[in-house]
Write a new protein. Structure first.
Length: 71
């Protein structure tokens, strides 16, 4: 699947993830200057954020729930 250029509404999930990252790293930030620890901390906070689309569970909680149903 390829979205059209300058059509952000066609890439909703991607744009949402970009927005979440921009809370930690403002536009224009040189990622070469971001330490691995800073990146890990930001990703940890993003991935452990409750999501409306998951019934206010975190991605981890939803994943573990799905795994428990497989057994």
């Amino acid at each position: 699947y390829f979205a059209d250029p300058y059509s952000s509404w066609q890439r909703g999930t991607n744009e949402n993830a970009n927005g979440l990252l921009r809370e930690f790293f403002p536009k224009g930030k040189n990622f070469a200057e971001v330490s691995e620890e800073e990146l890990i901390q930001a990703l940890e906070l993003i991935n452990n954020r409750p999501r409306k689309c998951l019934g206010w569970k975190t991605a981890y909680e939803s994943f573990m729930e799905a795994l428990s149903h497989l057994s």
